[in-house]
Design a protein around this ligand. Structure first.
Ligand SMILES: Cc1cc2nc3c(=O)[nH]c(=O)nc-3n(C[C@H](O)[C@H](O)[C@H](O)COP(=O)(O)O)c2cc1C
Length: 412
């Protein structure tokens, strides 16, 4: 039997998907996720790139996430690894292809028309979670058909009438087969994304003459737009009326959404949702302890990818404090700033059970359209294998025992 080597680019895009040749071809032009971002910047209409790439304020939070991840060092152990390590892992009783999933993103169809469907299909193929946002373009029911084994559902807080809309969305997610319900806690207030404002993006969304000119100058985007149309809020249409236009639904969303979940709300949803429940956006260890006391199954350490307030700690710097607080009583998930398989392994080495990325997948779409999500997964898988092998971890589980130097770590 011949053993595989650690050569980058040689591995199949995702375990067992048979996409090796195409992955290797794309890998020559786009060997990292950074290259996908640069290509997306050049190829997309300006407003579409800004919608997916921008953060709060002057993007300091985004840069802090990146810088803090870059600063994490892994001490290798040699003499143990001779073959390419597998990337599979287990979470909530499910065997998954790799410890990287698609974070919930509202309106990704602005960045690339049809993004929701493409991301869901690629996650299903890669056997990893695809978390559908409440304010996605695609409905929960459609997502359940595209990603029957991978669907998670993220909920924002619709508290009017005793959470009537929120509880109905939860029931629909259950019926559609969502394996995990994710409650987002880190959006108590609406904040300004400077680059969205500057590029003319408003809620409700309207095409300005400048945006139309940008679309016309981007043939690939134009053709995707003509075939997929304006993204709708697939989950919310039901509550406004089947014939409601996108702006009516956006107005409904603005009026109905009420800050972020309180601990009382969390207890209530915990009571009715019997499958795994995750709280997203936790940074303070005391909040992690509160989450554990309410019996949640997962705590997702996140600062919303730097999109809320730019003075928040880098999520990776908060991770060790949360891992210590959870102390094995809840899974610890991580997102914010992940741009490589190496970042995934850094987070796993610091105690994360699973990792999500948002913008990296949007850059893949912006750079390569339909082929983007699979290539992004391929890069993640390839780099995870290489990072594991390089530090002497024979599996994702073994990476948890790696020796790490982490200068920014917060422990409160
Ligand atoms: C375009 C965009 C839309 C997002 N929409 C949501 C959302 O609807 N719900 C949510 O919980 N998080 C949302 N997020 C945050 C992501 O789930 C995730 O926390 C973040 O993107 C991770 O950081 P990264 O982009 O650096 O990987 C959004 C992020 C982006 C980039």
């Amino acid at each position: 039997m011949t053993q595989k080597t650690l050569a980058a680019g040689a591995a199949p895009a995702v375990p067992g998907d048979g996409a090796g040749a195409r992955f290797a071809e794309l890998h020559r032009g786009y060997p990292t996720i950074y290259h996908l971002r640069e290509r997306a910047r050049r190829r997309l209409p300006g407003f579409a790139f800004e919608a997916g790439d921008g953060g709060a304020g002057a993007d300091l939070g985004i840069r802090r996430n990146w810088g803090a991840l870059d600063a994490v060092e892994l001490m290798p152990r040699y003499g143990v690894t001779t073959s390419l390590p597998p990337t599979d892992t287990e979470l909530f009783g499910q065997r998954l292809g790799a410890p990287i999933g698609v974070a919930p993103m509202g309106s990704p169809g602005i960045v690339w028309p049809g993004a929701d469907q493409l991301l869901a299909a690629a996650a299903q193929q890669a056997r990893v979670p695809y978390c559908l946002s409440t304010v996605s373009g695609m409905s929960i029911e459609e997502a359940g058909k595209i990603a029957p084994d991978s669907l998670w559902f993220q909920l924002y807080r619709y508290a009017k009438n005793e959470h009537a809309v929120g509880l109905d969305l939860m029931r629909r997610a259950h019926a559609a087969g969502a394996r995990v319900l994710v409650l987002t806690l880190d959006t108590p207030i609406r904040t300004t994304r400077t680059r969205e404002v500057l590029s003319g993006i408003t809620t409700p969304f309207r095409f300005t003459p400048k945006m139309v000119a940008q679309v016309l100058a981007s043939p690939s985007y134009l053709s995707a737009f003509l075939s997929k149309g304006i993204p709708r809020f697939g989950n919310l249409i039901k509550y406004v009326g089947e014939n409601a236009g996108i702006n009516e639904v956006a107005r409904f969303n603005q009026q109905e959404i009420r800050g972020a979940f309180t601990w009382e709300d969390v207890a209530r949803f915990r009571d009715v949702w019997k499958r795994p429940l995750v709280l997203k956006g936790i940074l303070h260890p005391q909040d992690a302890l509160k989450a554990v006391s309410l019996g949640v199954d997962g705590i997702q350490v996140s600062n919303h990818g730097g999109r809320q307030v730019e003075a928040l700690p880098a999520a990776i710097d908060a991770l060790p404090g949360i891992v210590a607080a959870a102390n094995g009583r809840s899974a610890v998930l991580f997102d914010s700033g992940v741009r490589s398989g190496l970042d995934v392994v850094r987070a796993v080495a610091l105690g994360a059970d699973f990792v999500f990325a948002g913008k990296a997948f949007l850059w893949g779409l912006g750079a390569l359209g339909e082929e983007g999500p699979a290539h992004t997964f391929g890069l993640f898988a390839d780099e995870i294998r290489a990072a594991l092998g390089q530090i002497g971890a024979r599996s994702v589980a073994e990476a948890r025992a790696a020796v790490v130097r982490h200068p920014g770590s917060w422990r409160l």
